[in-house]
Ligand binder design. Structure first.
Ligand code: URP
Ligand code: ZN
Ligand code: ZN
Length: 481
């Protein structure tokens, strides 16, 4: 009788602490053995001459988020295809809150949508309206359902929080053992500059970057960290776009503050000049914060190497270019303020990171594994199951050809939208096979997973995000207030 359901044979297994040449034995969806010449009678797949990486963990994905105007184009089924095509096996995405509404009321809807997909998933809960009801009654119920991170925006109409509201969320997070993830840009500063730009007739997509220069991100990051430090609540700063923002994080980390920084492939490859392409083409590169410039990319690699930024997610937020939900929905002459922000990146994340990082010698293979799988799983409380190749972990594996050369096209991304901002980018390193919980779900670009096979990843309390117990004047306002 076969000892294993699957053996991945003869690969160079990347542990995040070096590689080892061994077989991986899988039973009931988990890794149960790492060794040489594992049971010959078991079904097997060869990884000879290839790397075996932990399945990618992408902890910042906007998938099928319901909005008052309708649902995003990318469904959990299409996003799962895209994830598997690029070697990602777990995502953490978002449950929205609409102003005036609660958070629990959206939970069942978001869960029902995610259950239809194939990629394993957890949720961040967006807090856009921190009422007493939400903070005191609903958040504890969400936590009981396995949600351990709250997401706040310091900019964007309809969702941004002011300092008093942000403080309330930090306190609620601390009381309930949640992480807070933060979009750091200054709402009022961006609005002020946007009005001035539009009044001056500067309306093209490239002025999106002018409306939100690095200083608005740096200021909001500084403030987000300072208030989190005051409450003694750990936070993760999302999508850091430039080194001067990372330096705010580094300074806080040096003080011992529990703050982690995330960046995304767009801040290592795209530039503000991409938004200056003719007509509305530049809209294809519009995301917030805005891409900076090529010199900034190198500074970002430096802070990644230093460990200031320890997670690289996609911030997958897919809008087509054409169509009534697309970037061009308000016409070819739309002013930048009226063009949806966000770009697709689920499938592109690992190949771009591997190519720009490992193949070009900017980071090691260990760094790559930590940045794309181990650290995101650890920070989000998923480390027992996800993000590493170890006995007992889920058998989420990617057989990776480090020498394969590809030129990225939209079709290769397998997402629902009609473009990729990375069209034409040449990469070295590509996923050959993706395995989710022991099942081959992608081989040579063909995704073969059944919709409805995803699993929710509940997150319990975890030590990594415990407050430090360091309080200004020794006074715990969060307990007293
Ligand atoms: O432009 C972006 N990043 N859109 C997605 C929403 C967000 O801010 O994360
Ligand atoms: Zn954001
Ligand atoms: Zn986002």
């Amino acid at each position: 009788m076969a000892e294993f359901d699957l053996v991945v044979r003869g690969g160079e297994v990347a542990t995040g602490l070096g590689t080892m040449h061994c077989d991986i034995g899988v039973k009931a969806g988990r890794i149960v053995a790492l060794g040489e010449k594992l049971d010959a009678a078991s079904p097997s797949i060869s990884a000879e001459g290839l790397l075996v990486l932990p399945g990618g963990v992408d902890t910042h994905c906007h998938i099928e988020e319901a909005q008052p105007g309708g649902v995003a184009e990318e469904s959990f089924v299409t996003a799962s295809r895209s994830a598997f095509a690029g070697g990602t096996t777990s995502v953490v995405c978002f449950i929205p809150q609409w102003k005036g509404g609660g958070v629990l009321e959206r939970h069942a809807d978001a869960s029902a949508r995610a259950q239809k997909g194939m990629v394993d998933y957890g949720f961040h809960q967006i807090i856009a309206d921190p009422t007493d009801e939400v903070l005191e009654k609903e958040i504890p119920q969400l936590v009981a359902k396995g949600i351990r991170s709250l997401k706040v925006f310091l900019t964007y109409d309809n969702v941004h929080l002011n300092d008093a509201e942000y403080l309330k969320v930090l306190v609620a997070a601390r009381k309930n053992g949640c992480l807070v993830t933060v979009h750091c840009e200054n709402y009022d500063a961006i609005n002020w500059r946007t009005k001035a730009l539009l009044a001056a007739g500067l309306t093209a997509p490239k002025y999106h970057a002018w409306s939100r220069p690095p200083v608005v991100e740096r200021e909001a990051t500084h403030r987000a960290i300072a208030l989190a430090e005051l409450v003694d609540q750990p936070i993760q700063v999302f999508h850091v776009s430039c080194a001067e923002v990372a330096e705010e994080i580094a300074r806080a980390q040096a003080r011992g503050v529990k703050v982690w920084g995330e960046t995304c492939p767009q801040y290592l490859t795209l530039t503000a000049a991409d938004m200056d392409r003719p007509g509305l083409e530049g809209a294809k590169f519009m995301c917030s914060p805005a891409p900076r410039d090529a010199a900034e990319h190198e500074r970002m690699w430096e802070v990644i190497r230093k460990g200031t930024l320890d997670v690289i997610s996609s911030d997958h937020c897919a809008f087509s270019f054409e169509g009534d939900k697309g970037k061009a929905q308000n016409g070819r002459d739309a002013v930048f303020r009226d063009i949806p922000n966000g770009i697709p990146g689920l499938a592109a994340r690992l190949p771009i990171l591997f190519s720009e990082g490992v193949s070009k010698g900017r980071i090691s293979l260990d760094d790559f594994v930590r940045l794309t799988a181990t650290n995101p799983a650890r920070i989000m409380g998923l480390a027992t199951r996800k993000g590493r190749i170890a006995i007992g972990a889920d058998a989420d594996l990617v057989i990776w050809d480090p020498h394969a050369r590809r030129t990225i096209t939209n079709a290769m991304m397998q997402h629902v939208v009609d473009y990729t901002p990375y069209e034409g980018l040449e990469v070295v390193g590509w996923p050959q096979v993706t395995i989710r919980r022991g099942e081959v779900v992608m081989r040579d670009g063909v995704v073969q997973a059944e919709p409805g096979t995803s699993q929710f990843l509940p997150r319990g309390p975890y030590d990594f995000i415990k407050p430090r117990g360091v309080l200004a004047n020794g006074f715990d306002a969060a307990r007293a207030g």
